[in-house]
Design a binder for this molecule. Structure first.
Ligand code: PLP
Length: 383
């Protein structure tokens, strides 16, 4: 058998996307090799800008986001940083929501400022009033809705319209809602980021981020940055995320339904001051959530009665089904802790910490609620 016969796939078909691994991409002629960069942003030149496995995933995410283009990056944080670096130069001004994902907030506040970018944090519920903060040098308004940990929902349509009226680009971290919950591009947002690590991967075993855009020029610029910074994504990881997408809808529906069950059962508890979960009727942003969202997310935050760190220690020690860890969106339920000083460092914070953030997985919701209610008893007895 010649190698070409062994590689003949004409007589083979399967339902999954093949995993194409490559650093080197080979060319048939010298002319093709010399002109290889002309193949970008869609085609193949070298492993850093992707393989057919990566393109299949990018197309699937772009379809979910209802735009033409998507570029994936090695993590959600890398996707956010790549977006910011693609748009911003020294002397530019960026408006970033105060409730943004912590590492993104730090990257802007420390690294971008060190590069000469004027970074300004704005209150999440600002709505159309964002227009008054826009300066001649403003290049980007960055949103995240709902906010990490504190769950403030943003009026994305109003903010985007105000930015667009002054010719300013918009971007959003849409991880919590996912494309199934909220279609940000349909509201006019130029750059839509997801941490695919969360629901899309769905099993807490892969890191990835995506940026979707309708703009051909932004797509080119993102792919160019991917090549320039060597932000390569593994083909196996693309395969895993694409497999995750096939069950995204059933997982997110079930996880959101369970999250609502928990929010409702925990709300009346004497140790619970506030349940931060926009899909919960009666919560501050519920009307906006009903207006904009088609499906809930799987994380909710609890603000508890005043207590010392010991009470939180015993709460986390008592949890049996929830595991203690960062990240979320997977099939296993996870609980995380957000210390008070982290929230106090925000400029426009309305919610004070500490907070307990629950990520609801696929376990039986009543069992999850019982687990938290038992842990709240331990919290109460150690206050
Ligand atoms: C987790 C998360 C990120 C970062 O994703 P990683 O893949 O872990 O880097 C970004 N935004 C939000 C809202 C997240 O929850």
């Amino acid at each position: 058998m010649k190698p070409t016969d062994r590689n003949d796939t004409a007589a083979f078909a399967s339902l999954g996307t093949p995993v194409w691994r490559a650093s080197t991409v080979v060319f048939a002629t010298l002319d093709q090799f010399v002109a290889r960069r002309e193949r970008l942003p869609d085609g193949f030149t070298y492993g850093t800008t992707g393989t057919p496995t990566q393109r299949a995933l990018e197309q699937a995410i772009a379809d979910l986001d209802e735009v033409a283009h998507c570029v994936v990056f090695p993590s959600g944080q890398a996707a956010i940083c790549a977006t910011l670096l693609t748009l911003l130069r020294a002397g530019d001004h960026v408006l970033m929501v105060d409730s943004a994902y912590g590492p993104a907030r730090r990257f802007a506040g420390e690294r971008l400022r060190a590069l000469g970018v004027d970074v300004e944090f704005y209150p999440p519920r600002i709505g159309a009033a964002i227009g008054a903060l826009i300066k001649p040098q403003t290049r980007l308004v960055w949103m995240e809705s709902p906010g990490t940990m504190t769950m403030e929902l943003q009026d994305v349509g109003a903010i985007t319209a105000a930015a667009r009226a002054q010719g300013v680009a918009t971007g959003i971290d849409n991880t919590w809602a996912s494309p199934l919950g909220f279609c940000a591009a349909a509201q006019g947002v130029d750059l839509v980021v997801h941490a695919c690590t969360k629901y899309m991967g769905g099993h807490s075993d892969v890191l990835m981020g995506s940026v979707s855009t309708a703009s051909e020029s932004l797509y080119r610029a993102l792919r160019d940055l991917q090549a320039g910074m060597g932000l390569a994504v593994s083909a196996e990881d693309c395969f895993l995320v694409e497999r995750g997408l096939q069950t995204l809808q059933v997982r997110q529906q079930r996880q959101a339904a369970s999250a609502l069950v928990l929010a409702q059962r925990l709300l009346p508890h004497s140790m619970v001051k506030q349940v931060l979960y926009p899909p919960l009727p009666g919560s501050p942003d519920h009307p906006l959530w009903v207006r904009d969202h088609r499906l809930g997310g799987c994380t909710l935050s609890l603000q508890l009665q005043d207590a010392g760190f010991d009470a939180y220690r015993s709460l986390f020690a008592a949890l049996k089904v929830f595991r203690l860890g960062a990240s979320w969106g997977g099939v296993h339920s996870v609980a995380a802790f957000c210390p008070a000083d982290e929230l106090a460092a925000r400029r426009h914070g309305e919610v004070s910490g500490p907070l307990v953030r629950l990520s609801i997985g696929l376990e039986e919701p009543q069992r999850l609620a019982d687990d938290v209610l038992d842990a709240l008893q331990c919290f109460a007895s150690h206050r």
